[in-house]
Design a protein. Structure first.
Lengths: 208, 208
DNA sequence: TCATCCAGTTAACAACTGTTCTCTGGAATT
DNA sequence: AATTCCAGAGAACAGTTGTTAACTGGATGA
């Protein structure tokens, strides 16, 4: 059910996407709070005033970038944590999936890591609410596991947050090794795997 | 052995500290990469050119702030992780210490959390190297514990990094609840405590 | 006491910023 | 075919930015 957009709407979405792409590129070497409106329009090749047709401010643009970077990631997270295979299998699968994602969308990952605690409040809030959603989804998957028998809701959510934070830490570690020899990337893989393994062990002995 | 500084050097250090304080205050609502030199001098109440007598650039100032925020924290971390009391006792002690520190130096903590993945490379590097030092120190303390028998150096460092990252996550959580009712702060305390407990359980079953 | 030093000042520079108002030309609607 | 709509352009605004050069006056060391 794809409703064909008019020529006008299509062009508008195209320029809007150009804004997002240009901003993301510029944000590899600075923070959102120093990103200028004119800077972005210059990179897109458009008049400064055109910016206002799409965004109220650079903060607004930032919120849109959060949606682009995290919005489409929810199904992926769900299926990754889903209960197929044994613990060790799931861990290596998760770490590899993070590595692939960082390689495929480095700018998105960098943006999220940078602005999660960055200087623009609405963007921080947008990221925070997405991460809370992730944690809730992970919790829902964890609850399906037979190992979760006897776990309180609070404890499940606690573990889910631990996993989500660990995911972000691992992603930003991979980011740093993007231009490093694969020996370094292997080291990060091993580290993240063992950290997840330790958490997994703690999980299986929690009820004691 | 305190060598009395001349009037001149004393004044210089005083204004330098005024720069650091003013910058830290301004950085509560923005990132370092958007902090202007004139903005800082205006806040200090001094001519723009005076800035160059102390720092080459705002990035340089940022590195100095990293030292101020983390440099004096090493002994505290050492004694916190040190092996006195049982596991549960150490955990509650650590969480409370983090809470106190965030309350006492919120701006420092915010600065570190913000600029750890921020847009200024030299500052990121400075923070990274300090965190590596923390991890090494935590590792050294962990090694003293009888529970560390049979642990490889790599595994000890892996656990140490897990603790350091967890420390930062907890600190930034407390930061968000600074102006919230103490009910919220209590919730964060409980969450952080249980996460550390789970890690601790994983640690004690690691050798299996 | 006198010459040196140097933290902070003053003035000026070209370049840049966000935002407003007015205009245009092609798509969309009637 | 005639009218409305609206994404983007153009020009102008008052303020801001980092950096340079030449200066002042009080602390410093001979």
């Amino acid at each position: 059910m794809s409703h064909t957009l008019g020529i006008r709407q299509a062009q508008k979405q195209k320029t809007r996407q150009a804004f997002l792409d240009a901003a993301l590129a510029l944000l590899e070497e600075q923070s959102l709070s120093s990103l200028g409106l004119r800077e972005v329009t210059r990179a897109v090749g458009v008049a400064p005033t055109a910016f206002y047709r799409h965004f109220r401010s650079t903060a607004d643009l930032g919120v849109a970038l959060v949606d682009e970077a995290l919005g489409s990631l929810h199904p992926m997270v769900r299926t990754t944590v889903s209960t197929t295979g044994d613990s060790e299998e799931r861990i290596t699968r998760a770490v590899e999936l993070i590595a692939r994602h960082v390689e495929a969308y480095p700018a998105h990952v960098r943006f999220i890591a940078r602005e999660r605690h960055g200087g623009v409040q609405p963007v921080r809030e947008a990221i925070r609410s997405q991460l809370v959603r992730f944690a809730e989804e992970v919790k829902a998957e964890l609850a399906k596991d037979p190992e979760a028998a006897g776990w309180s809701d609070d404890d499940l959510l606690m573990l889910a947050h631990l996993y989500v934070d660990q995911m972000l830490i691992t992603a930003s570690l991979f980011l740093e090794t993007l231009e490093a020899p694969r020996e370094e990337r292997e080291r990060v893989t091993q580290l993240a795997t063992r950290q997840l393994r330790l958490i997994s062990i703690g999980r299986s002995h929690w009820r004691d």
